[in-house]
Design a protein around this ligand. Structure first.
Ligand code: RAM
Length: 490
């Protein structure tokens, strides 16, 4: 399906490819003031998070170098990575993401320009081998940084200190992720993911306002749909545009609100005209997952069938139903469709009668009737719970001891949005200060992929060594703080 459209979509996407902005930066501290011997280490601190290419200008001191200089260079987004090792790594995603490389320099002096793009604030250089006849001098170190975000589009935030700091870190997070596409994280996976794109586009609309990049990403997803028209959860752009063979129900559906958001923020009707049929098609594809007799979505134990959050213990059945309803409502804002409106009403009623525990004011999920914060949040965002009932749900879940919690800034974004929806603006602001402010208190220059204040080692991958510390989906405080949604009368 839609195969005949793809060449034109790809052409539009490629025409919108950004020219990356480049800047040369140097370490603010850590440059050695002496010649290094074998086994010495230095840590260069660039003073902030950057994405780019490192060059070292090296020379020898002493006798003519009679053996290669062998260096290990490690790039760290966060200072904790400086001390982490890959020894014993048993995680389920590739350790290839760890930004650690080795170089042999046969002839000195040398300009060592590293071809790989890295995401970093710190660069640790270990001198693995020299010879006893010479020492190594690092004459200069600099990075050429890249981004498709233009800082001059962003005015500094007014307001008190803590929020201004959170906003700055959020902006830096988005900026580092804005490359040829909106990447999810410039360390890992350096790829365009739909769930991340939706939140990046939202934040971009009140900050860098690079609407062409959003448009490009929407067309790229359209090109990456499979033969059935199903939009993948993420895509690759190299060596050619290709969808990943990972499909997540919620991510495919989020193409719809991302399109709507873009039309509302960027005012572009052409993209909606081109892509609305494909967007609506995602709702139809998701229909297969519904039981026609009950109007309820079927649960699944396939990991990632519906993402929602990285909490591996979360039952996602209720959230999946709610997200379908949320996305169908977004579709109805772009196009009137009485049939779809009826289905939304039916599926809302079905969700309420199957999963609302009116006595406890809580929505439950799955055969074990699990109570999670995510379910209450999505009940509110999807309009399955409204008014006082919505408030009661969020209050009840906060008072519930054994609730399944949230581990990503991505899910936390939705919680804050739900608080805004029920008018709890001060509480929403406080969550931003506590949660994103918590990362700042841990020294974050950019916001992280995962942050569970109760467990600093949280990682769904088996080890935090592959976690990303500049992750797109965590940039939304800049949206909350700038869009006006936190204002009491908004
Ligand atoms: C992680 C990725 C990405 C996210 C998916 C679901 O692996 O980093 O950001 O969207 O999970």
């Amino acid at each position: 399906m839609f195969e005949d459209k793809k060449a034109a979509w790809l052409e539009k996407a490629e025409a919108l490819k950004p020219v990356l902005r480049k800047e040369t930066v140097r370490p603010v501290s850590g440059m050695p003031d002496h010649a290094l011997t074998e086994n010495e280490s230095v840590v260069l601190d660039f003073g902030g998070h950057y994405v780019g290419y490192l060059t070292l200008n090296l020379t020898g001191e002493g006798s003519h170098p009679d053996a290669p200089a062998w260096l290990s260079v490690k790039f760290c987004e966060n200072s904790r990575e400086l001390h982490e090792t890959l020894d014993g790594y048993q995680g389920w995603i590739s350790k290839g993401w760890v930004q650690q490389d080795q170089f042999h320099v046969d002839v000195l002096p040398a300009v060592l320009s590293m071809p790989r793009r890295y995401a970093f604030r710190y660069v640790k250089i270990d001198v693995l081998a020299l010879s006893s006849k010479y020492r190594l001098v690092i004459r200069d170190a600099f990075a050429e940084t890249v981004t498709s975000a233009a800082d001059e589009n962003v005015l500094p935030l007014e307001g008190d200190g803590q929020e201004a700091v959170i906003d700055r870190v959020a902006l830096r997070t988005l900026r580092s992720c804005m490359q040829d596409v909106f990447e999810d994280g410039p360390k890992r996976d350096r790829r365009l993911w739909l769930g991340d794109l939706r939140l990046q586009a939202l934040t971009n609309s009140v900050t860098y306002r690079n609407f062409d990049l959003v448009k490009r990403c929407l067309y790229l997803f359209a090109c990456a749909a499979d033969r059935e028209g199903r939009i993948p959860a993420c895509l690759f752009t190299e060596p050619r545009v290709e969808g990943d063979d990972t499909y997540m129900l919620d991510y495919s559906l989020f193409f719809i609100p991302t399109l709507l958001q873009d039309a509302e923020a960027g005012g572009d009707r052409e993209t909606v005209r081109d892509l609305l049929p494909l967007a609506l098609h995602q709702l139809c594809l998701a229909d297969r997952q519904f039981d026609p007799d009950t109007g309820l979505i079927r649960d699944s134990d396939r990991m990632g069938w519906c993402f929602v959050d990285w909490n591996l213990g979360l039952n996602r059945q209720f959230c999946a139903q709610a997200i379908w309803i949320y996305c169908a409502r977004a579709a109805l804002r772009m196009q009137d469709d009485p049939g779809l409106a009826r289905l939304v009403a039916e599926r809302t009623a079905a969700a309420r009668s199957a999963w609302y525990d009116a006595e406890r004011h809580l929505f439950v999920s799955g055969s074990e009737r699990q109570v999670s914060r995510a379910s209450q949040v999505w009940a509110v965002l999807a309009g399955i719970a409204e008014g006082e009932e919505a408030t009661a749900c969020l209050d009840a879940v906060s008072a519930c001891p054994e609730v399944v919690g949230m581990v990503t800034p991505y899910m936390m974004h939705h919680y804050v949005e739900a608080l805004c929806r029920i008018g709890r603006k001060a509480q929403a602001r406080q969550v931003i200060r506590d949660y994103w402010g918590g990362m700042v208190r841990h020294g974050a220059d950019t916001f992280w992929e995962l942050y569970n204040p109760q467990n600093p080692d949280e990682s769904p991958y088996g080890s935090p060594v592959v976690n990303s510390y500049c992750h797109a989906w965590s940039c939304t405080p800049a949206w909350f703080l700038r869009s006006g949604i936190l204002n009491e009368n908004a």
